[in-house]
Design a protein. Structure first.
Lengths: 116, 117
């Protein structure tokens, strides 16, 4: 079985300051990990993904995440927040190999608020 | 290039009714997955279709069924609607080359918002 825990339901930062969205995962297999963003009334968009290559993953719009196996974490960061970053962010885990019927497992989401 | 399109965007049903939601995948994609997103929650996997067959299924009752057509489009059917079925239903497509397990990128539609009264 696999699961994802997003440690903060809401994060508020000022424009121009760093962003940190925290995610811990649990997986019986070597996982693939993703971050998706959902803007209001829009579909989900992939920000970045980790699939057992480099542990530091760079995504779109200046976001990056670091896979830390020892801490079972996959935190999302951005050096400088922009007003357009205000959205809901989901950490997602998928089994990397094997068989089963789990599909993707989403966290409950972190609502990112950007203060002007 | 059109992305994933879903219809209808909004609909209202009453308890006990049946609903059909439709999805057209991104051009070139062969796999369609359906997710249910309740208010304030992350999406939950319902099932996935590949080559017109259900390949994977999440923890949803048999009231939830689906279909994939030869052109890769898909339908989600929900029978005997309950109040708890009110949610945003998301369709996602991918090109999986027949792999059992997904490890690539899903492209999501904007969803169909179902309200059950």
């Amino acid at each position: 079985a696999q699961s994802v825990t997003q440690l903060d339901s809401h994060v508020s930062v000022s424009e121009g300051t760093p962003v940190l969205l925290r995610c811990n995962y649990s997986s019986s297999y070597s996982p693939s990990l993703f971050w998706y963003v959902q803007h209001p009334n829009k579909g989900l968009q992939l920000l970045l993904k980790y699939t057992s290559a480099a542990t530091l993953v760079k995504g779109i719009n200046g976001f990056e995440a670091e896979f830390k196996k020892s801490e079972t974490s996959f935190h999302l960061t951005k050096p400088s927040a922009h007003m357009s970053d205000a959205a809901e962010y989901f950490c997602v885990v998928s089994r990397n190999s094997g068989g089963g019927a789990d599909g993707l497992t989403f966290g409950k989401g972190t609502h990112l608020i950007i203060q002007p | 290039d059109a992305g994933v399109t879903q219809s209808p965007t909004h609909l209202i049903k009453t308890r006990g009714q049946q609903v059909t939601l439709r999805c057209s995948p991104k051009s070139g994609h062969d796999t369609v997955s359906w997710y249910q997103q309740a208010l304030g929650q992350g999406p939950q996997f319902i099932f996935q279709y590949y080559e017109e067959e259900e390949r994977q299924r999440g923890n949803f009752p048999d009231r939830f069924s689906g279909h994939q057509f030869p052109n890769y489009s898909s339908e989600l059917n929900v029978n005997a609607l309950l109040l708890g079925d009110s949610a945003l239903y998301l369709c996602a497509s991918s090109f999986d080359r027949g792999r059992v397990f997904y490890a690539g990128e899903l492209f999501f539609g904007e969803g169909s918002r179902l309200t059950v009264l």
